[in-house]
Design a protein around this ligand. Sequence first.
Ligand code: PMT
Length: 222
Amino acid sequence: MSGRPLAGQRVIVSAGPTFEDIDPVRFIGNRSSGKMGFAVAAAAVELGAQVVLVAGPVSLPTPAGVQRIDVRSAAQMHAAVFAALPADVYIGAAAVADFTPRAVAGSKIKKRPGDDGLVLDLVRTRDILAELAADARRPALVVGFAAETDDVARYARGKLAAKRLDLIAANRVGVAGSGFESDDNALTVFDRDGGEHALGPAPKAQLAHELLELIARRPRAA
Ligand code: PMT
């Protein structure tokens, strides 16, 4: 393969968590650091792509050559990804919140004497990956990630089919040395034709490079 197999292709990558505000001082979030998605964006540039990185709230420097769009919430990430179309490839490495408060309180929610709990009214967020895969402007390749604590292959294959993806990169979370926050990871990439590729364990930068090489080799619809 040439050193720049993605030359001339536009790639959108999502990375990091989303924060869903409860009130002006509190939010619902998750443990994504953005390292995996930022490594994916950097690897796509190395392989010659023009890259738009839609980043949730993380404290990481922007990889060289990447156009970065910062967002906070799932709704903002959805809007930014769709605004960045058209693209040849979408890679959803972000850990997007599945639920968000139905309404954001305008002022800090106070504890009252006698309160022994708080019930939050949450609604589902829009699924960026699934909507993009079903959209008329669908990129030729739509690639998801699956973060699972157990039964990784079964859940990942389920998401690949349900969201109509071309590839899904599954990683185990909740264990040291892979998934959220760590510098290393291990991925099992499942494709829509039943193929399976094990990558790593390795530093996220190396895994990202191997994942992008798989993506570059994948045949595209005309
Ligand atoms: O950021 P790091 O600390 O480096 O950690 C990396 C990572 C573990 C976050 C990353 O490797 C990873 O697995 N990202 C996906 C995490 C996730 O939310 O997985 P999921 O199984 O809940 O979602 C499946 C897919 O649907 C993902 O591609 C996700 O981006 C997408 N999704 C989910 C919900 C939603 N509302 N919209 C989406 O697009």
